[in-house]
Design a protein around this ligand. Structure first.
Ligand SMILES: Cc1cc2nc3c(=O)[nH]c(=O)nc-3n(C[C@H](O)[C@H](O)[C@H](O)COP(=O)(O)OP(=O)(O)OC[C@H]3O[C@@H](n4cnc5c(N)ncnc54)[C@H](O)[C@@H]3O)c2cc1C
Length: 377
């Protein structure tokens, strides 16, 4: 049987960041993914600058061959209300295409890749993790996203019944010149449209010639129908071109604070969506995926020769330090304490207040302007 030091299962942003973080470690690192790359992933493709900084990516170099849409602010509204436009006057985040971004990250890892190769069997044998009966690894990194088989080994249900599940649907397509003219949403000011019950929001994100439209909600009931209605409303109000083909892609993921998932066990670390690390307010999952991948890499590089249980504890500590404690349920913010019937009125007043939209929604909830990028990689 073949042996390696680290097997990363999943080549999305979490797995590739972990492998990249280990590039100078002299460890034998392998990455296995059931997909061949470039592959797509249901995602709006909005990233904060902290992601590029942590990964040492120069925006100018990246955009030479790929889409990197500079974003200067957000247009915010409750559905049916006038929008409040928050223009930060400088580039505050970016739009990427996941097929390009994930491929780029995976290619620069220097790890040996097993692509188009699903993991069908995992077992613990003589202190190692054995994949498909062929490859034995000292450390296994579960980076297979929400449905990660490693997370399931550690008890994740991934059947939609876990608390804190976000359900989201989206479409992405390249606009024709006529569609570009008919799209009122500016590329540098994506539109976010909050539901009246504040249980989720829809978005329109224009990335170069590409358009991504979607809806994410805490409540997955009727999501395709709600998304369909959202698309109809966007078309009827002139925000997007009409007649858009509606081939919706659906996926789910978990918010960190409420996630019931394990973070690590003996010889195993979970990263990204496999661990359920997304930010509750914005639904941002790429930054936690990248940061947890890097923190896993650091923990492995420092701790692979120590007892496996020590490494698992060190990683869990690093995650809690970076992302905060996991009380197991959301701390009810102001909106959570309001009766459901008052939330719509609150959303209306909050989103039409320039101060609240700019300082709280954009700066704090979406951009995490006070949180510096993870350094040292
Ligand atoms: C509709 C939608 C929109 C979103 N928009 C945004 C956004 O704009 N910005 C943002 O920050 N976050 C967004 N998110 C969240 C974000 O997409 C995820 O948090 C992020 O992709 C997590 O990265 P990951 O590497 O953990 O998992 P993934 O990106 O899901 O990667 C997991 C990898 O594991 C592989 N894999 C799975 N099972 C197996 C197996 N059995 N064997 C081998 N390989 C396997 C998969 O092929 C995949 O390549 C969105 C999510 C959804 C659903």
């Amino acid at each position: 049987m073949e042996r390696c030091d680290v097997l990363v299962l999943g080549g999305g942003p979490a797995g590739s960041s972990c492998a990249w973080g280990l590039r100078d470690s002299r460890l034998d690192v392998r990455v296995a993914d059931r997909a061949t790359f470039p592959r797509d992933k249901a995602c709006a493709g909005w990233i904060t600058p902290q992601v590029l900084s942590a990964l040492g990516i120069e925006p100018e170099a990246y955009r030479k061959e790929r889409v990197l849409q500079p974003i200067r602010g957000l247009s915010l509204a409750r559905q049916g209300d006038l929008a409040t436009v928050v223009d930060c006057g400088e580039v505050v985040s970016f739009g990427i295409r996941r097929s390009e971004f994930d491929h780029f990250l995976l290619e620069r890892t220097n790890a040996r890749l097993y692509l188009g190769d699903p993991t069908l069997d995992l077992r613990r044998e003589a202190g190692r993790w054995v994949r498909n009966g062929e490859l034995a690894a000292r450390v296994l990194v579960g980076a297979g996203g929400h449905f990660c088989p490693v997370a399931r080994e550690l008890g994740a249900r991934a059947d939609g019944s876990e608390p804190a599940t976000v359900h989201a649907c989206e479409i992405e397509f390249e606009m024709t010149p006529a569609q570009q003219r008919a799209c009122a949403v500016r590329p540098d000011l994506p539109a976010l449209v909050f539901g009246r019950d504040l249980r989720g929001y829809g978005w329109v994100l224009r990335k170069g010639d590409w358009l991504n439209i979607g809806l994410g909600r805490r409540d997955g009931r009727d999501l395709p129908r709600r998304t369909d209605e959202f698309l109809t409303w966007l078309g009827a109000t002139g925000r997007i071109p009409t007649g858009v083909a509606r081939q919706l892609r659906r996926h789910a993921y978990l918010f960190h604070a409420e996630s019931p998932r394990a973070l690590a066990a003996e010889g195993v670390l979970l990263v990204g969506d496999a661990a359920g690390l997304a930010c509750a307010r914005s639904g941002e999952g790429i930054r936690p995926a990248v940061e947890s991948g890097l923190l896993a890499a650091r923990t492995i590089a420092e701790g692979i020769r120590r007892p496996p249980a020590d490494m698992a504890r060190a990683y869990a500590r690093a995650l809690l330090q970076r992302f905060g404690a996991r009380p197991g349920r959301a701390r009810p913010g102001l909106t959570g304490r309001l009766p459901a019937s008052w939330r719509g009125a609150f959303a209306h007043h909050a989103l039409t207040s320039r101060w609240f939209a700019s300082r709280i929604v954009v700066d704090r909830w979406f951009l995490h302007r006070r949180d510096p990028a993870l350094g040292g990689f």
